[in-house]
Design a protein around this ligand. Structure first.
Ligand code: AMP
Length: 271
């Protein structure tokens, strides 16, 4: 792949979309954005074992390579990079990349080591694919911020583009994990988006106290679903530190379990 990337680079800009596969319309929008920004588009499909905790869903994570390949061809991708685990992590692998602080709160709290796994694999993918522009989704906001900081800190030669979250008609953020949901859980899950809209509305109406906004979101989620809240948090968009008051750009993010399925969503407000 790296040798091939060097030859692609001589012909123009390389756009790159890293994914774990089982693609949906949200992923395909990233591919289309890469298409507009670059001369060749590489998409990687790799369910990265080192970003999953021992009790998480690595083994049962949904996979469908044949379908992904068809979707990617239709969306205008040129190359699918589909390495095996032993290609990425050969025996003796010992080097990890870690972004301090940004990966510790929010999802980092309940998924110890997750972002270290993400930044390590994305670093390796950047070195293999040699992208000029790499496209990520705002759906995984903390991941996007961590990767943007890593690229800046370590001088990766790629622009980082972050695209808005693609949603189903009822507001639920598209996710490969939505297939885990039962019909009842699927019907309840849009409350996550509604709680973010409620937060926006409260802030537009003048509420600045984060505690008040978070409490209102929690109440709505618990009233309208059987979801178990992992976190509802409001942080600044630079260091991702919890804020007491909404001032400037604030990321409102949440993670909620529906049964064993952990869903995340977020929005950014400016006050
Ligand atoms: P994944 O395969 O879930 O690891 O996601 C691969 C890329 O697609 C990441 O940059 C995600 O943030 C992005 N992505 C996943 N779901 C969405 C969505 N609903 N809208 C926009 N981007 C998404």
């Amino acid at each position: 792949m790296q040798r091939f990337a060097r030859s692609l680079k001589r012909r123009g800009r390389i756009g790159f979309v890293p994914t774990m596969g089982f693609l949906h319309a949200g992923h395909l929008r990233l591919v289309q954005a890469a298409r507009r920004q670059a001369d060749s588009v590489v998409v990687s499909i790799f369910v990265n074992p080192i970003q999953f905790g021992p009790k998480e869903d690595f083994r049962r994570y949904p996979r469908d390579f044949a379908q992904d390949r068809r979707l990617l061809a239709a969306a205008g991708a040129d190359i699918v990079f589909y390495p095996r685990v032993e290609d990425m992590y050969p025996a003796g692998f010992a080097t990890y990349v870690e972004v301090e602080r940004l990966g510790e709160g929010l999802c980092g709290k309940s998924r110890a080591g997750h972002f270290r796994g993400v930044t390590t694999v994305v670093s390796k993918l950047f070195n293999i694919v040699l992208p000029d522009v790499s496209v990520f989704g705002a759906k995984d906001a903390q991941q996007a911020f961590v990767i943007r900081r890593m690229a800046r800190d370590l001088g990766f030669h790629t622009k980082i583009l972050i695209l808005p979250t693609a949603r189903e008609k009822d507001g639920l953020a598209m996710s490969s994990r939505n297939v885990y949901l039962s019909a009842e859980q699927r019907a309840q899950a849009p409350v996550l988006h509604r709680s973010l809209l409620l937060a926006r509305r409260l802030i537009v109406q003048g509420e600045r106290r984060a505690a008040r906004v978070k409490a209102a979101m929690r109440r709505l989620i618990l009233r309208e679903s059987d979801g178990r809240i992992d976190y509802v948090e409001m942080v600044d968009t630079d260091e991702l530190r919890p804020v007491r008051m909404v001032k400037g750009e604030t990321l409102i993010a949440l993670a909620v379990f529906f049964g064993r399925t952990r869903l995340i969503d977020n929005t950014i407000v400016r006050a």
